[in-house]
Design a binder for this molecule. Structure first.
Ligand SMILES: Nc1ncnc2c1ncn2[C@@H]1O[C@H](COP(=O)(O)OP(=O)(O)O)[C@@H](O)[C@H]1O
Ligand SMILES: [Mg+2]
Length: 888
C-alpha cells in the first residue's frame, strides 16, 4: 500500500455500517486500485452517552426534539443557548440527547460530549477533562509528548489569544506545561485561567461552526466542572454554542433566571407510548396484553424499567420467542414483576451463570467504564472463559463495547446496572477486588500514575489498603489544591485522616496524622472554614505534644497564630507567634523562623505597635529569600516589604515607605506573580493615600484591585477595595467611593483580619463627607468597639479621631466631647509614633479651640500640626493647616 500514514485505520464499504456506529469515517483516497470505496477512520465518535447497542425504536419525544432543534436554530443565529434536561434515572435523558445528536450528525455543527463517572464528584474537572480528550482526540495510551503535540497543534490553529490557554489545558490533561510563568501562578490564578481557557477554546471553536456541548448527569459533577460550566454559561449569549446538560431532580444550579436557559422536564412515557415501546420489544400477541398492562402500571412508563423487565421475563422463560414477536411461555399467574428497577436488575444478575455473574460484578467494582486490560488483570479467569463471559454479558445487554482502539473498553448499559451489580457483592469480596484493581492500575499505568491518582485513591480506600489509601488520598488532595479545587482537596484529606485512624498506632502514623491536618489547613483557611481548621489544629497539637515533636509543634503553633490573627485576636496571635518563634530558634529551622517572624510582625501591626512591626518586617524583607509562606507559597519578601511600607506610612516615614513599596512592586514584577503584584501596587497606593497624594494613589490602587479581582484573591480584596474607595472619595467621587468602602466591610468573616475596624473608620469618614452624619456615627462607634475588642490601638486611635471630626460638625457644637475624642486619639497615637494621625488630631484641636475662642491653645495646636505636616512632607495637608493658621 502506498500513501497510507502509519497509524491510519481504513475500512472497506462492507464494514462501514458496523463501524459507523462508533467511528467517524471520511472517504479515503490514499489507496489505489482497491475495489469499492475505502473509508478512513477519522477518530472515535465517542458519543459517550452510555446507551446500549440494540436500541429500542424511539417512541414519543417529538416535542422535546422540536425544542432542542429550536434552541439550535437560535444558536445558529448567534444566540447561545443552554438547555437543562431534568428527569429520573432511566427516563431517557441520554437517549433524547443521542437522538438529537444523531439528527445533527450530518449538519455542520461540531458535537462534543462528556460523561462523568459516578465517583466524578471527587475528581476535579473530570467531565471537562473527558470533553477535552474527545476534542483533542486523545486516547488512553497517549503519552505526554503526544498530548502536548495534539494540544499545541490544534490550539495554534485557532486564534492568537489562545496560545496563553495552552498551558492551562495541558495542566488539566496532566501534562506539565513547559511554561515557567504557569508554575509561578498562585493556585487561584491557575484556577481562574483554567476556567477561562476552557471557555475560550469552546467559544473560539464556535466561531468556525456551531458547537453543541453535552454534559450529562450534572448531579455527579465536581464543583470545578460546575465552575467551568458557570463560566461558559456567562458568556454564551453572542456565541454559537448550544450547551446541553442533564440532571436528576435533586440537582441545583443557578442558571434558571437567564433568558437563554430552557428547562425541559422529561416525564416517563405516556401509557400510549409505553404500549408502543412494548409492542416493539414484545410484539402484539393478544395473550401478552395483560402482562403488558401490568408492566406499564408497575414501571410507571419508565423506559429503562420497561426494557429490563422484558429482559427479565424473557430470561425467566415467561416470554419466549424473538424480540418483537414474543409469546407467553408460561401461564400469566406465575408472573411476578418486581416493584423497582433495582429489584429487576438484581433478579437478572442472580440468574446469570456464576462465572458471568462474577465477571459482571468485577466490572462493576472497576466502574461504569471498564477498560478490558484492567478487567482481565483482576478477573483472573482463563482467556477462554473471560472472552465467553464478555460475549455473554454483551448479549444480555449488561455491558456494551464503547471503544475498540487502542484497546477494548466496555461500559455498563446504564448507571443503575452498575450500581446494582456492585451492590450484589458481599463486602469482603468488594474489598478484595478494589485492592486487586489498585495493583492492576499500578502495573498497567506505571509510567503515568499522575492521571490515575484519584482512581487509585478511590480503590485503595475501598480495598482497605490503608497505607496506599493514605498516600494516594494525600496526593489527590495536593493535586486538587494545586488547581484550587479546595473543597475537593478537603474531601480527599479528610478521607485520608479516616484511613489513617485505622492504621496501627505507631509514630509514623501519628506524624502523618499531624501532617495531613496541616495540609488540610492549607485548604480550610482560604475557604474561610476557620472553626473546622482550628479543630484540626488542636488535634494536631495534642498529637505533636505526645510525640514531643518540636518541629511539628512549631508549625502548628504558627498556624494557630495565623488563625487567631484572622479572628482579629491579635494579642493571642502574637503570643502564639512568639512561642512558635522560640521553637524555631531552638531547633534552628530557618523557614519556620521566617514564617513566625512574619506572623509576629502581622500581630504587632494590628496591635498598633508599628515601630516593632516595621523592625520585624524589615528583617524578613531584607532576607531577600523567596521563602514559601505556607499555602500561599508567597515570596515572603514582597509581603513583608508591602506591610513594611504600610507601617512606615503610619509612622510618617514616607520616604522610606515609598522605597519599600517600590521594592515590593519591583520584586513582584520581576517574578510576574499576580498575588504579589496586588501587594506591590497596593503598597505604593497606601503610602500615597496616607500622604493624601490622591491622584498618585488612585492608579496604583486601581491596578491592585483589578489584579485582585482577576485572580480572585479574596484575602486581599477588602484592604484594597477599602483603600481605593477612600481615595475615590477624597478625589470627590463620593458615590464610587462609598460603594467600594461598603463592599470592603461586607464579609469580615471571610477575610476576617484585624483591619475591619480601620475599614469602618474610613467608611465613616466618607459618610461624613457625604453629609450622612447618622450613618457616620453608627459606623464610627462600631469601629471603636471592634478596635477595643481586638486591642488594636492604632485602629482605635483612628476611630476616636473620626468621632472627633463628627462631633466637631455637630450643631450646636459639643466642645467637650470633641476635645475628649481628639485627646484620647492623641494619647494612643503619640506613644506609638503615629505622626500623621497625631498631626490630624492637632489640626482638629486647633480648629476646635479657635471656635471656642481659646486662641492660645488654638495657635499652639495649629502650629504643631503645620510643623509636623511640613516635616513629613504631607503637602496637601500642610496647605489645609496653613489655611487655618491664616484665618487666625
Ligand atoms: N423515548 C424512548 N423510546 C424508546 N426507548 C427509550 C426512550 N427513552 C429511553 N429509552 C430507552 O430507555 C433506556 C434508558 O434511557 P436513558 O436515556 O439511558 O435514561 P437516563 O439517561 O434518563 O437515565 C435506554 O435503553 C433507552 O434506549
Ligand atoms: Mg443517562
Amino acid at each position: 500500500m502506498t500513501g497510507v500514514e502509519p497509524g491510519t485505520v481504513v475500512a472497506s464499504e462492507a464494514t462501514r455500517p458496523f463501524l459507523e456506529r462508533r467511528f467517524a469515517l471520511t472517504p479515503f483516497t490514499g489507496i489505489g486500485g482497491t475495489a469499492g470505496t475505502v473509508y478512513r477512520l477519522a477518530g472515535l465518535r465517542r458519543t459517550g452517552l452510555g446507551l446500549g447497542e440494540q436500541l429500542t425504536p424511539l417512541v414519543g419525544r417529538d416535542r422535546e426534539l422540536e425544542q432542542l432543534a429550536l434552541a439550535l436554530g437560535h444558536v445558529k443565529q448567534g444566540h447561545g443557548q443552554v438547555v437543562g434536561l431534568v428527569g429520573e434515572a432511566g427516563v431517557g435523558k441520554s437517549r433524547l440527547f443521542w437522538e438529537f445528536i444523531e439528527s445533527q450528525r450530518i449538519s455542520d455543527s461540531l458535537i462534543l460530549v462528556s460523561s462523568a463517572a459516578s465517583y466524578g464528584k471527587a475528581m476535579p474537572y473530570l467531565a471537562v477533562i473527558d470533553l477535552l480528550k474527545g476534542y483533542f482526540q486523545i486516547e488512553p495510551r497517549d503519552g505526554a509528548d503526544k498530548i502536548r503535540e495534539r494540544v499545541t497543534g490544534r490550539m495554534a490553529s485557532l486564534e492568537q489569544g489562545l496560545a496563553a490557554a495552552v498551558s492551562a489545558v495541558l495542566a488539566l490533561l496532566d501534562v506539565p506545561p513547559a511554561d515557567a510563568q504557569w508554575s509561578a501562578f498562585d493556585p487561584l490564578e491557575k484556577r481562574k485561567r483554567t476556567l477561562e481557557a476552557v471557555k475560550l477554546l469552546l467559544v473560539e471553536e464556535s466561531r468556525r461552526q456551531p458547537l453543541i456541548a453535552v454534559f450529562e448527569d450534572l448531579h455527579w459533577m465536581d464543583s470545578e466542572t460546575q465552575a467551568v460550566l458557570d463560566t461558559l454559561v456567562e458568556s454564551l449569549p453572542g456565541h454559537r454554542v448550544l450547551l446541553l446538560v442533564s440532571y436528576r431532580h435533586e440537582h441545583e444550579h443557578t442558571w434558571g433566571s437567564r433568558s437563554y436557559y430552557t428547562q425541559l422536564r422529561l416525564d416517563p412515557l405516556s401509557p400510549d407510548n409505553a404500549h408502543a415501546l412494548l409492542d416493539s420489544l414484545v410484539g402484539r400477541d393478544r395473550a401478552t396484553s395483560t402482562l403488558k398492562a401490568i408492566l406499564i402500571e408497575r414501571t410507571g412508563g419508565n423506559p429503562f424499567f420497561l426494557e429490563e423487565s422484558v429482559r427479565m421475563l424473557t430470561e425467566a422463560g415467561v416470554l419466549v420467542g424473538a424480540r418483537g414477536a414474543q409469546r407467553l411461555g408460561r401461564p400469566p399467574e406465575e408472573i411476578q414483576v418486581p416493584a423497582t428497577v433495582h429489584a429487576v436488575l438484581a433478579a437478572r444478575i442472580d440468574r446469570l451463570p456464576p462465572v458471568d455473574r462474577t465477571l459482571l460484578q468485577t466490572a462493576a467494582v472497576i466502574g461504569k467504564d471498564v477498560p478490558i486490560a484492567l478487567l482481565r488483570a483482576v478477573a483472573n479467569l482463563p482467556d477462554e472463559s473471560f472472552h465467553a463471559g464478555l460475549i455473554q454479558l454483551q448479549r444480555t445487554e449488561f455491558l456494551y463495547e464503547t471503544r475498540v482502539i487502542p484497546e477494548l473498553e466496555y461500559s455498563f448499559k446504564h448507571p443503575l446496572t452498575q450500581e446494582v451489580a456492585y451492590g450484589g457483592l458481599p463486602q469482603d469480596r468488594r474489598r478484595e477486588l478494589h485492592a486487586g484493581i489498585v495493583d492492576a492500575i499500578e502495573t498497567l499505568h506505571q509510567d503515568r500514575l499522575g492521571g490515575e491518582i484519584e482512581r487509585l485513591a478511590h480503590h485503595a480506600l475501598r480495598g482497605e489498603l490503608r497505607e496506599k489509601a493514605v498516600a494516594y488520598l494525600r496526593q489527590a488532595g495536593a493535586k486538587a489544591a494545586d488547581r484550587s479545587a479546595l473543597q475537593e482537596a478537603v474531601n480527599f484529606l479528610e478521607q485520608a485522616l479516616t484511613a489513617l485512624d485505622r492504621l496501627p498506632d505507631d509514630r509514623g502514623k501519628q506524624e502523618r496524622s499531624i501532617d495531613v491536618r496541616l495540609e488540610l489547613r492549607n485548604a480550610l483557611e482560604p475557604l474561610g472554614e476557620l472553626d473546622r481548621n482550628l479543630t484540626h489544629l488542636r488535634e494536631a497539637q495534642a498529637l505533636a505534644l505526645a510525640l514531643g515533636d518540636q518541629r511539628r509543634l512549631g508549625w502548628i503553633c504558627a498556624y494557630q497564630s495565623a488563625d487567631s490573627w484572622r479572628r482579629a485576636d491579635s494579642a493571642q496571635s502574637a503570643q502564639l507567634a512568639k512561642r512558635a518563634l522560640d521553637i524555631a530558634c531552638a531547633i534552628d529551622d530557618r523557614v519556620l523562623e521566617r514564617y513566625c517572624t512574619h506572623r509576629l510582625a502581622n500581630a504587632s501591626n494590628t496591635l498598633g505597635a508599628y515601630s516593632r512591626a516595621a523592625e520585624l518586617y524589615q528583617g524578613v524583607a531584607d532576607s531577600g529569600e523567596r521563602v514559601e509562606l505556607g499555602r500561599e507559597s508567597l515570596p515572603v519578601s514582597v509581603m513583608a516589604a508591602h506591610w513594611l511600607a504600610w507601617c512606615l506610612a503610619q509612622l510618617g516615614r514616607f520616604q522610606e515607605g515609598r522605597a519599600r513599596a517600590e521594592q515590593a512592586l519591583r520584586i513582584a514584577e520581576s517574578i510576574a506573580h499576580p498575588y504579589s503584584l496586588v501587594a506591590g501596587h497596593r503598597a505604593v497606593g497606601f503610602v500615597n493615600l496616607l500622604r493624601r497624594n490622591v491622584e498618585a494613589a488612585i492608579p496604583s490602587l486601581e491596578r491592585a484591585l483589578d489584579i485582585c479581582q482577576t485572580g480572585n484573591f479574596s484575602l486581599l480584596f477588602d484592604g484594597t477595595a477599602s483603600a481605593l474607595g477612600y481615595a475615590y472619595a477624597l478625589a470627590g467621587r463620593l458615590v464610587d467611593g462609598i460603594s467600594l468602602l461598603e463592599q470592603a466591610v461586607q464579609h469580615p468573616a471571610a477575610t476576617g483580619t484585624g483591619f475591619h475596624s480601620l475599614f469602618m473608620s474610613r467608611l465613616g469618614e466618607v459618610y461624613l463627607m457625604a453629609g450622612r452624619v447618622e450613618e457616620a456615627v453608627a459606623v464610627a462607634e462600631r469601629a471603636l468597639v471592634l478596635s477595643r475588642q481586638g486591642t488594636e490601638h492604632g485602629h482605635e486611635a483612628w476611630a476616636l479621631r473620626l468621632l472627633g471630626e463628627i462631633t466637631a460638625r455637630r450643631d450646636p457644637l459639643d466642645a467637650e466631647a470633641t476635645e475628649q475624642h481628639y485627646r484620647q486619639a492623641l494619647e494612643l497615637a503619640e506613644p506609638r509614633g503615629m505622626r500623621p494621625l497625631s498631626a490630624h488630631c492637632h489640626l482638629g484641636l486647633g480648629k476646635l479651640y479657635r471656635r471656642t475662642e481659646q486662641r492660645q491653645e488654638a495657635q499652639k495646636h495649629l502650629a504643631t500640626a503645620t510643623m509636623m505636616y511640613r516635616e513629613m512632607g504631607m503637602i496637601n495637608w500642610l496647605d489645609q493647616a496653613e489655611a487655618e493658621v491664616q484665618i487666625e
